[in-house]
Design a protein around this ligand. Structure first.
Ligand SMILES: Nc1ncnc2c1ncn2[C@@H]1O[C@H](COP(=O)(O)OP(=O)(O)O)[C@@H](O)[C@H]1O
Ligand SMILES: [Mg+2]
Length: 251
């Protein structure tokens, strides 16, 4: 892509899921962070993804669809250039998400912990669902229930939104066991090979109104890990980064 092109002009992009499946998308793209369980890292992932996409030079809107509205406050402090909107009503989500899409390359929607109708509305509009999940067999098994609405949407929309599981809050020495791979495969959901490790820095980030790559040396491993994760999921966006090197600033 030529440097002077905007991301929107680069009309199609690939994202590469871990099993090698490649799909072409047209931008703008709606990405929802979906898991009907609370406390699995959805808001942390949503804010970091929105901020990361902004750093790659993309125009990003964060749609905060959780009644707690923590991610919209967090992104406003961390990256005020990212537009943040609050949408916690299923009808408003169904009606307004496509409109938001018109002036952004990406809409990142932070999903709620439990309201099924809000999740359903998001999944009926999303192109891609990223499903954070804690890395234990119990949590992976609970995913069948937690992703029921996702499968309904995929059934209605003939496989859309594509979805990928991202393991979150994993121990430093975690290994992706065959059990976990099998459990994810049984749900026909690919697992990203990169995970988000359980690190105090992620828990500190919202209180500091920052994302991890703004938090200096202590956060460097976390910054590298989220960068690798997002490059795995959205490689075409990361390719653009070569033309627009990211600033790694400390706040
Ligand atoms: N990788 C991580 N390491 C440590 N703490 C984390 C990590 N991801 C999230 N947290 C913390 O866990 C809690 C739940 O995360 P959050 O992103 O709010 O989940 P959700 O949006 O699914 O409810 C928050 O206190 C958050 O700061
Ligand atoms: Mg949340």
């Amino acid at each position: 892509m030529h440097e002077s092109q905007t991301f929107s002009q680069h009309a199609t992009m690939k994202y590469c899921l871990p099993d090698g499946m490649q799909t072409c998308y047209r931008l703008p793209m709606i990405i929802t962070i979906a898991n009907s369980k609370g406390g699995v890292g959805k808001s942390t992932l949503a804010v970091h993804l929105a901020a990361w996409l902004h750093e790659q030079g993309c125009k990003v809107t964060l749609a905060d669809c959780d009644t707690q509205q923590s991610s919209s406050e967090w992104i406003r402090e961390a990256v005020p250039e990212v537009k943040a909107v609050r949408l916690d009503n299923p009808d408003v989500i169904l009606n307004d998400l496509p409109t938001l899409n018109q002036d952004a390359d990406f809409v990142v929607a932070d999903g709620p912990g439990s309201q099924t109708e809000t999740s359903r509305a998001l999944l009926l509009r999303a192109d891609l669902a990223i499903v954070p999940c804690k890395a234990s067999m119990l949590e992976i098994r609970a995913l069948a229930k937690a992703t029921e609405v996702l499968r309904q949407a995929q059934d209605i929309r003939k496989g859309i939104p594509h979805a990928v599981i991202v393991l979150s809050m994993v121990g430093m020495t975690y290994r992706l066991t065959q059990d976990m791979k099998d459990a994810a495969a049984a749900l026909s959901l690919p697992l990203a090979s990169k995970a988000m490790i359980l690190r105090q820095i992620y828990a500190d980030a919202p209180g500091q109104g920052a994302v991890v790559w703004q938090m200096g040396f202590r956060a460097r491993d976390a910054a590298q890990e989220v960068d690798e994760l997002f490059r795995e999921i959205l490689p075409d966006v990361a390719i653009k980064r070569v033309a627009h090197p990211r600033r790694v600033a400390s706040k």
